[in-house]
Ligand binder design. Structure first.
Ligand code: G4P
Ligand code: NA
Ligand code: NA
Length: 190
């Protein structure tokens, strides 16, 4: 998505060689029109896959996951994050470390909103090391649903997440790939 690349180039703020702040587009402010276009693009790429539910993890993935679910005409389920795990009946839970934030959280989805009959499309804003995605994938596998693929807005290809997930045989589609943040410069991959 050329327009998205342009917006990232203009509005992304390099925090370090690993981290690009995207608050203006993804993590604090949302542009509804641009977000709906992202949803259209994911829906186009996965339209043959008979998706029954779009799944993301709160919070920054929700807007683009909503746009995608709207375009596909299916529900969106967002996994909840909990810092402490109180035993909750009926909840599927995975513990997820966050490299960037240096914390561990539990992500949870109720069995009421995912089942073995589902064909799941996972959507998220950014993939770095892929820990959140891996946790979500484990939940989908444990419930016996089919994961048709993952749609990620920004893939940082200099970190291992995207590659590791593709190596598991999962189809991962990213809208923009960032190859490097070195030298105070955003270098796109492809
Ligand atoms: P991972 O899930 O790919 O392993 O990512 P990691 O644990 O490293 O990242 C933890 C959080 O930091 C994630 O947000 C992820 O989207 C975000 N993150 C990672 N790299 C970048 C980056 O370069 N720029 C920005 N803006 N965010 C980055 P989260 O915990 O899912 O929180 P939320 O944004 O959904 O609330
Ligand atoms: Na996210
Ligand atoms: Na995020």
């Amino acid at each position: 998505m050329e327009k998205l690349k342009q917006r990232i180039a203009e509005e992304g703020v390099i925090v370090s060689e690993q981290v690009l702040k995207l608050d203006a587009l993804l993590n604090h402010q949302v542009d509804p029109e641009l977000t709906m276009e992202m949803g259209k693009e994911f829906a186009r790429r996965f339209k043959e896959d008979n998706v029954t539910r779009v799944v993301t993890v709160e919070s920054s993935g929700i807007a683009v996951a909503f746009a995608t679910a709207y375009e596909l005409g299916v529900p969106l389920v967002f996994a909840r994050r909990k810092k402490t795990l109180l035993a909750e009946n009926n909840m599927l839970c995975e513990r997820v470390p966050s490299f960037t934030k240096g914390i561990v959280t539990d992500i949870l989805i109720s069995r009421d909103f995912i089942s073995e009959n589902d064909r799941i499309l996972f959507i998220d804003d950014i993939i770095a090391n892929g820990d959140a995605a891996r946790g979500l994938i484990k939940i989908v596998q444990r419930v016996g649903a089919e994961l048709v693929g993952a749609g990620i807005v920004v893939e940082k290809t200099f970190q291992a997440g995207g590659k590791a997930i593709r190596e598991q045989g999962i189809r991962l589609e990213s809208l923009v790939q960032i190859g490097s943040l070195a030298g105070g410069k955003i270098t796109f991959a492809e």
